[in-house]
Design a protein around this ligand. Structure first.
Ligand code: IFM
Length: 731
């Protein structure tokens, strides 16, 4: 039985950053790090916003953190009791991940006895702009209790400060801070209403960045004092009347009251679990890890828009610049396809909408077509810097080529669109711009083809595959195969052209010489060199890989001179060896397993797994899924668990060189979901029929889940001896 609770006893300063990720709550519009109410910027609190960015000087452009309307601390008889400054006698935090509610309870010893703070908060799933908090203080002794609460505009930023100025205002008893951004003058408006009848004064501190209420109470022994706070967040990108809306929202919440706001929020969560909960009997660790992963995917789903995607670190902060990577299409998309196809479509619409950015990027390198941003922000702007890693020895930025050479990103976009079309059976996305995206991505790869004078095949040179440690290689098997997939998809789209809406079909026919493209892409698909298994059945990851030093992971680790040293690039310790960062050939085999004999899948799994650092959270699930396809669920299991518990364990890499890369890992969460549902349960579709070919680990006695397929909701029920799929009706 699962209790849907993640808990931690005791206070540990070293866990401030990881707990911020682990105990996150969110609703797709914003994510609130699992930090404590009294934390200031040094402890990385953040109300991280989706899809709004800012850049200061030459530093990296990154998403905004809203002024922190949760900010609260207490003072008893003149002493502030707050963490981490004053050690507590007891401290407990918990996340109810069925309903996205964060709890904390902390007790400090004071000269008049113990004082305890209990609080809970959530980012409303009912109204994406609303946050609510209940905060209770009780003291064993009498004294003057001051509860200081309000909005802290002195927010944590990695490359800030992003607000050139903050406008503090008080309107009808409601506190309001408006932060005005540096780059484009966007505004973020936070309103805060605190409900209680105690005497209070309002003060502004920190050069206008903190707007606070100081509530003074003559505390009586053993009595609890409670305040309820409602916080709204709107930005100038949402609506022209965002400030009025922000004010009205907290007023409405005040009128409804905390119990109602909380009930509406939890009801929304229950609706989500009705479709997406996965039940595993016989394995509580898997059950909890998997549903916790699903929780994180719900927290970051951009349900409130039709134009946003999901950042690689979700809404856990500014790491990786809040940018969208291939993680979304290749690792997260399937969860939404199976449980909330409208969100899946939104993720892909983001790529359609950013096609112009991708075309611009291709042109900037002198290529045709669409070269999608490696780290995509709004408009498809590539936020990836030329120097994405800092050398720990010299402190100097290192030239990396992720942005320039990870050309496989465009094929991930194509893969996402075609997967959506095939799974949902809905081609409308092709009419809505998807077809054009695919044609433009094919044009990009076509322009990159290399043909040696006497050869009769094409190659792709100077690329970086998923294994980022080996830069600028030729004929990366994954990249070449995905480019072929793109050509095949373009050919399919051309074949489907008359099935698209008439206006789109006409427009595409006017814009492109489709019969010429058909023959070009057919030729390219047929002649693009795809590295084949050698005499031992091994597919070489890229030209020359087999000549690299074959060293064990353990030995390579022994060569590190610094724990944060970067393993790849020009001088990395892995660069001249066969050790790879993450699944590469195995990712390709997982996607195209039906092209290969099982023996080939197995040989490559064995060969590459021992040479893989799993230095990216994207790696383990690809090995797990291929292990399932090879009929090895027991070997898949630990890799699955690694993905499912990535953010519970919080042990993932926090640094790439000197760059902080901590945060949540939604790609691992999505990978855990895919492994459970498509790998262990073997759920897939064949000729329009949903089917399952399970390979449950031996200790899983029962597996059930629901999936949406082509508009219908199905219940899948699997034990070690039987599999049942029941259609429940329209989703
Ligand atoms: O997209 C990944 C990449 O494959 C490995 N480094 C981290 C990125 C973001 O998750």
């Amino acid at each position: 039985m699962m209790n849907w609770k993640l808990e931690e006893e005791g206070y540990d300063v070293d866990k401030i950053a990881t707990n911020g990720n682990k105990f996150l709550v969110g609703n797709g519009y914003l994510g609130i790090r699992g930090t404590l109410q009294e934390y200031g910027r040094e402890e990385f609190p953040a109300i991280n916003l989706a899809g709004i960015y800012d850049r200061v000087g030459d530093a990296w452009r990154e998403p905004l953190n809203a002024p922190n309307g949760l900010y609260t601390y207490i003072e008893l008889n003149g002493t502030e009791y707050r963490l981490p400054q004053i050690s507590p006698t007891n401290h407990h935090v918990a996340l109810d991940y069925r309903h996205g509610i964060f709890h904390r309870e902390t007790t400090w010893e004071t000269p008049v006895g113990k004082v305890t703070v209990k609080a809970e908060r959530f980012a409303s799933l009912k109204d994406k702009h609303l946050i609510a908090m209940k905060y209770i203080v009780s003291s064993e002794g009498e004294g003057v209790l001051r509860l200081v609460t309000g909005i802290d505009g002195d927010v944590w930023d990695i490359n800030g400060p992003h607000y050139d100025y903050i406008l503090p205002q008080v309107e009808q008893g409601i506190l309001k801070e408006i932060g005005v951004t540096h780059e484009s003058g966007d505004q973020v408006c936070v309103c805060e209403a605190a409900v209680e009848d105690f005497p209070m004064e309002i003060k502004i501190s920190d050069e206008g960045r903190k707007l606070l209420r100081v509530i003074t109470i003559q505390a009586k022994a053993g009595i609890s004092y409670t305040i309820y706070k409602y916080i709204s967040v709107y930005t100038s990108k949402d609506r022209a009347d965002f400030k009025e809306l922000a004010l009205e929202l907290v007023q409405k919440a005040q009128t409804e009251g905390y119990a109602t706001v909380k009930r509406l929020h939890t009801e929304e969560w229950e609706k989500k679990w009705k479709v997406s909960e996965v039940v595993i009997e016989g394995d509580d660790a898997a059950l909890e890890g998997l549903n916790y992963s699903i929780y994180h995917l719900h927290c970051i789903a951009p349900r409130h828009t039709s134009y946003l995607s999901i950042a690689a670190r979700g809404l856990s902060g500014q790491t990786y610049k809040g940018a969208v990577f291939w993680d979304t299409e290749m690792f997260m998309l399937d969860f939404f396809l199976h449980t909330e196809p409208t969100v899946a479509k939104t993720l892909l619409k983001y790529r359609v909408d950013t096609l112009e950015g991708a075309r611009k990027k291709a042109r900037s390198y002198g290529f045709d077509g669409a070269f999608y941003a490696w780290e995509s922000q709004e408009g498809g702007f590539d936020a990836c810097s030329d120097y994405n890693v800092t050398d720990v020895f010299t402190g100097r930025p290192m030239r990396t080529y992720f942005k320039d050479k990870q050309i496989h990103i465009s094929s991930a976009v194509v893969y996402g669109i075609m997967r959506y079309v095939d799974y949902t059976g809905d081609c409308v996305i092709l009419s809505e711009g998807g077809a054009k995206v695919i044609l433009e991505c094919a044009a990009f790869y076509y322009d990159l083809l290399v043909k040696k004078v006497h050869a009769d095949h094409y190659e792709l040179h100077d690329v970086i595959g998923p294994d980022e440690y080996h830069e600028r290689v030729n004929n990366n098997a994954y990249t070449n195969r995905m480019a072929k997939y793109t050509f095949d998809s373009a050919i399919r789209v051309i074949g489907l052209i008359d099935k698209l809406d008439q206006a789109t079909a006409e427009k595409l026919k006017d814009q492109y010489d489709l019969s010429r493209l058909y023959s070009r892409y057919s030729d390219a698909a047929a002649k693009l060199y795809i590295p084949q298994p050698d005499e031992k059945g091994i597919i070489e990851q890229f030209d020359g890989y087999r000549n690299l030093e074959d060293v064990s992971l353990q030995e390579l680790r022994g060569r590190l001179l610094h724990e944060k040293e970067y393993w790849g690039g020009a001088y990395g310790i892995a660069t001249h060896t066969k050790i790879i960062k993450q699944a590469d050939v195995v990712t390709m085999l997982n996607l195209f397993s039906s092209d290969y004999r099982k023996e080939i899948l197995l040989n490559n799994w064995e060969y590459y797994e021992k040479r893989t650092e799993h230095g990216s959270s994207l790696s383990a699930c690809m090995y797990a899924m291929l292990a399932c396809k090879c009929g090895m669920p027991e070997r898949a299991y630990s890799l699955f668990l690694k993905s499912a518990t990535e953010d519970i364990r919080g042990e993932g890499k926090q640094w790439a060189g000197l760059v902080y890369i901590g945060g949540t890992h939604p790609a691992a969460s999505g990978g855990a979901y895919m492994t459970a549902v498509e790998g262990f349960a073997g759920i897939h579709h064949e000729k329009g029929v949903l089917t399952a070919d399970p390979k449950l680990p031996a200790h899983w006695t029962h597996f059930t889940c629901k999936v949406i397929y082509r508009g219908d909701l199905y219940h899948v029920n699997i034990t070690q001896d039987k599999t049942e799929i029941t259609k429940l009706g329209r989703a």
